[in-house]
Design a protein around this ligand. Structure first.
Ligand SMILES: [Cu+2]
Length: 121
C-alpha cells in the first residue's frame, strides 16, 4: 500500500470516473435508480420539473399531485397504467395500487424534459 504503482492505478481510476460522471447528465441517458429517494406522499408538478424528482412510495400508496405551474402536466409512470393528467393550478391523485414494487421512470407526456425516478416498495 502506498507504492508508486498503486497510486498511479488509483489516479487512473479517478480520471476514468471523472470522465464518466458528466456523461450521465445526457437527456437520452437510460433511467437509473436515483440515490437517497425522498419518501413522498405528494409530488409537485411545476413548470417544468417534478418535486421531488427522486422519490419513493409504499406499495399500493396514493400520491397526491399538485400542479403549481402555468401548463398542464401529467404524472406518467412508464411501464404502468398510471398516467394522470393534472391541469395548471389543479390537483390529482396517482394510485399505485396496481404498480409492482420496483423502480420506474416518471415523465410528463407534454414535456419530455420532466423526468423523475420513482421507487415503489
Ligand atoms: Cu409537463
Amino acid at each position: 500500500m502506498g507504492t508508486l504503482p498503486d497510486m498511479r492505478t488509483a489516479r487512473v481510476l479517478l480520471i476514468a470516473l471523472a470522465a464518466i460522471v458528466p456523461a450521465c447528465g445526457g437527456e437520452t441517458a437510460p433511467p437509473e435508480p436515483c440515490t437517497d429517494p425522498a419518501q413522498a406522499t405528494s409530488v409537485e408538478l411545476a413548470d417544468f420539473v417534478f418535486r421531488p424528482d427522486c422519490l419513493s412510495a409504499d406499495s399500493g400508496a396514493t400520491i397526491a399531485l399538485d400542479n403549481t405551474g402555468d401548463a398542464p402536466h401529467t404524472f406518467t409512470v412508464e411501464g404502468t397504467d398510471v398516467d394522470v393528467n393534472v391541469d395548471a393550478g389543479s390537483s390529482g391523485e396517482a394510485d399505485l395500487g396496481a404498480v409492482d414494487p420496483g423502480t420506474y421512470t416518471v415523465t410528463c407526456t407534454f414535456h419530455p424534459q420532466m423526468v423523475a425516478t420513482l421507487t415503489v416498495g
